[in-house]
Structure formats: structure tokens, C-alpha cells
Design a protein. Sequence first.
Length: 287
Amino acid sequence: MISAGMVSAALGVQVINNPQMEISVRKWGDMYRNTASWNSGRIISLCLASAISREFSRLVLAETEVTVDGDKYISEQFRKLIPKLPVMVEQACAMGGIIVKPYLSNGRIYVDTVLPKGRERMFRTYDIQVSEKPFIETFSPEIRDISLFNGLNRIFQRIEFNCGLAYGTLSDPQTVEKTAEEVRTSKQRSYTQVSAIQKNLEFTLENLLYAYNYYAEYFGLSKSDAKLICTWDDSVLEDTDKEFQRRLQMVNAGLLSKEKFISWYFHCDEKQAAEYIPQVDALFGGM
């Protein structure tokens, strides 16, 4: 990990150093890689840190569209970053943030994302003991006391609450959310947390695109300023299928125009939506 002192010496600037934060980031990294100090023969990790980070990454980027408009060169370069976003968001959630470093090489813009040397590729370790027994054995002992499951489930629910996840993400969904209002309230918590992460991600991508524009103009690769377009899906809070049926019923009842319905579904303006609507031929020669 790059320390604050190393950054200060390399850039010649004063960096606000917080030793406690550095310790916390190291601890978060160990938890994410399943190598926390408390893991031992008696204590077996549930890998919750990586599971929670991965789930938030999935929620943040579910049905999300990130595009660049205004310049073909920058759009092509930026598009190559999109497949890396799930890993970037997952690492940022796990480590409390990451540093995104763009650089130019052979006429192409690349992005480097605060991993330790030798760990450039994301991986998670699992403890495996070598013995003469088969690598995988069936282990299905009968658990007589259901209170063990209930206790673990309550711990999962507390983790969900502290992380801003809806109940049922880690815990057993059959034990919570008895009414429609409780379901919505629980999902609202996840929606609020995901929206906050999305705003930070969009801010990061806007600043990253600024660097793309600077490199392109400085090296004479392009002179047109490109603009970022992010379309965030709200399926975390709303059931997309139910919302589709609800709006379709409004169209059939004459309460919503076809253009507005199509623009919502395809994330386009009403002028583009009108092109999706098939033209109805006049009957009986125009009568």
C-alpha cells in the first residue's frame, strides 16, 4: 500500500496523514481478501466483506448505462473502461475508496486502479488443508438446534442494517418483510445507500473524463470536449416488471402517452421514442 509519506515525497506536497485511517484501510483490505488477523482454525470467515462489496457493486451498476458524447476518439477510449467498473466499485466499497489514474500509451488512454504490488488481479483466498482425503467431501451433519440458525440470521440482519442493505440480502428473507410497506421501507434503505454510491461514482467518472479530454487535446489526438452521460436504473427500489405493467395500463387507459412510455423504457427522449411507434395504415383508402 502506498503510504501518505510516500505520496508526499513523490509529489512534493503536504498530505494530511491519518494513521488511524491507514490502519483501517489495511484491515478492510485483509477482510476483503479473507486474510483478517482473527481468522484461525477456530474462527472461520463467512467472507461477508467481499460478499457485501460485490452486492453493492451489483446494485449500483444494475442496468446502468454510462456513455460519452461529443468526441469519437474519447468515446472509444472511455468505453474500454466500462467493463472494469464492477471491479472498481467493488474494491471502492471494500477499501473505502480507490485512486483512478489515467495515463497515455501509444496513442491510447488507459486507467490504472491503490492495488498492492503483486495483487493487481482481484482474487479471494480460501483456506485449504492438504491431506490424503479427497479435496471435496460431503459434510451434512444434522443440526438439531434451530436457535443456531436464528442467532446467525439476527447477526446477518444487523450487518444489513449497518451497511444500508435491505433485509433479506444476507439474511433469510422468509423471516422479515411481512407487509408491502415493510418491503418498501427495507428497499428504501438500500436505494438511499446505492444512490449515494452512484453519485460518487458519477463524480469520479466526470473527473476521469476531464483527464481524458486533457490528454487528447494536449497530445493532439482530439480537440472536442466529450461529455459524460450516466443513466442510473431505479430497480433497487422498484420492481421493473411491475412498473412496466403499471405504466402499460396507464397507456391503455389513455392516462399516459405512448411516447412517454417508450422514452421511459428505452431511456431516450420523446422524439426518438416516436420512431419506435409503428405507423398504422389508413383503412379503406384513408377512410
